[in-house]
Design a binder for this molecule. Structure first.
Ligand SMILES: NC(=O)c1ccc[n+]([C@@H]2O[C@H](COP(=O)([O-])OP(=O)(O)OC[C@H]3O[C@@H](n4cnc5c(N)ncnc54)[C@H](OP(=O)(O)O)[C@@H]3O)[C@@H](O)[C@H]2O)c1
Length: 404
């Protein structure tokens, strides 16, 4: 049984080090970065109906505060009912690019009690600004926050995949993360580096790291807010061939669960740990076989051939053939949903997600549950919503969420 591979001492490792803060009752003043992103938008939407929302500050890239307000409003509106009023004022907008050394100089930050740092370069490409934004800017923010007299929590949104390769099958929340030669993409290495440096350089910061697993869709809105990653799962189901075994596990959570959990941990008076996975874990992860069955059931497709496990070298040809088939279907249906796709991008995505799927990781969820928080819904419980909402978008538009 998997559970026995990880004795209590392993997952409880940093319990003693996380001194429970004693929090005064003053209302929180939350500073959020990354609000225009998938996760940040969902976090802001989660807080939108709360008393503390009007006190929130948002770091946004924009030409002026009015544009900043518009960007924040549009981002939150992806997750909230159309009739829900969203009162956001220009005084809540901190106009800044994380690349700017003065990004956190604004005196309004002096009164912040809770920081949720969600902004990051999330691209899997080897972009030169990944380290500058994901590591250097995070250190500048931590340095600024370490001087705030009323700071109660510094929530760093990391990623579960920062654990690197060769862990598993059940990954526990280790404090020290590997950086060099242990990552499939520079993005996860940069997130590991940022976490390590935060802990080493700012031991007094009330730091809590949150490590979401793979975020796909929304449990009731499906892919309406974003089709990120969903489209690749769907393509794999259509190909019915991929590089991982059918028994490989995928630890997937919906963005609203992730956001609700981040907000709950941010505002919870005491926490037992300083690092948490936000994951489906043992009970909620899905096997590739279940995923394919669910997709085939939703599309009423009977599999004529059994699933075939292929070597990575086969993916290029598969991507090209898929692109041709997609274009042919497009000219037959003329719905506009089959606009030609970039098969080079598709090949790259198949390769990278194939490598991640072969890691076969499940991220230990016991710390999260020990805080009394709800377990994540299983992807199979809301895959139908994702499928229906994505059917209204072209594959090209869905892919754009991951190739910004
Ligand atoms: N999505 C997942 O599957 C997943 C899984 C695990 C962990 N995470 C973590 O969750 C966090 C959010 O991810 P996400 O999926 O929401 O990413 P995302 O949709 O790509 O959003 C990234 C956010 O960061 C902001 N940003 C990037 N560069 C910036 C800069 N130079 N200055 C100011 N803001 C900048 C973006 O602002 P603009 O709109 O101006 O570009 C956007 O608001 C990240 O820390 C990521 O590591 C995500």
């Amino acid at each position: 049984m998997l559970f026995n591979l990880f004795p209590r001492s392993e997952w409880l490792r940093d319990k003693q080090q996380a001194a429970p803060p004693s929090l005064p009752a003053a209302p929180p003043r939350i500073f959020l970065t990354g609000v225009t992103g998938f996760v940040g938008g969902a976090i802001a939407a989660e807080l939108a109906g709360s008393e503390s929302f009007k006190e929130m500050l948002f770091l946004v890239r924009a030409e002026c505060a009015a544009e900043g307000v518009r960007r924040v409003r549009e981002s939150i509106a992806r997750f909230t009912p159309a009739e829900m009023p969203l009162h956001i004022s220009e005084s809540q907008i901190i106009l800044a690019d994380l690349k700017d050394a003065q990004a956190f100089a604004d005196p309004r930050l002096d009164r912040v009690s809770h920081v949720i740092h969600g902004a990051a370069v999330t691209s899997f490409a080897d972009r030169p600004d990944i380290w500058e934004i994901n590591v250097d800017a995070t250190m500048r923010l931590a340095e600024r926050c370490s001087r705030l007299p009323g700071l109660r929590r510094f929530m760093y949104v990391g990623t579960a995949m920062a654990c690197g390769v060769a862990r598993g099958p059940v990954v526990t929340e280790s404090l020290r993360l590997p950086v060099e030669r242990a990552h499939l993409v520079p993005y996860t290495a940069s997130k590991a580096q940022a976490e390590n440096q935060l802990r080493e350089r700012f031991p007094q910061l009330p730091l809590v790291t949150l490590r979401p697993s793979i975020i796909v869709g929304h449990s009731s809105l499906g892919c309406k807010p974003s089709a990120s990653i969903f489209w690749i799962l769907k393509v794999v189901s259509q190909l019915n061939r991929f590089v991982c075994p059918l028994t490989a596990c995928l630890d997937i959570v919906p963005v609203d669960y992730c956001a609700r959990t981040i907000v709950a941990l941010t505002l919870k008076e005491t926490l037992g740990f300083s690092v948490y996975h936000i994951s489906a874990g043992r009970s909620g992860s899905v096997m590739v076989e279940q995923l394919l069955q669910a997709f085939h059931g939703l599309n009423a497709v009977a599999r004529s051939q059994p699933y075939e496990r292929v070597p990575e070298a086969a993916l290029r040809q598969m991507a090209l053939a898929y692109g041709v088939r997609h274009a042919v279907q497009g000219s037959a249906t003329r719905t506009g949903r089959n606009e030609p796709i970039n098969t080079r991008m598709l090949h790259k995505a198949l390769m990278l997600y194939g490598r991640f799927s072969r890691l076969n990781y499940v991220f230990d969820e016991r710390r999260l549950l020990s805080e009394g928080l709800a377990p994540a819904p299983c992807f199979l419980d809301y895959i139908g919503q994702c499928e229906r909402s994505a059917a209204k978008m072209s594959l090209k538009a869905q892919m754009a969420h991951d190739f910004k």
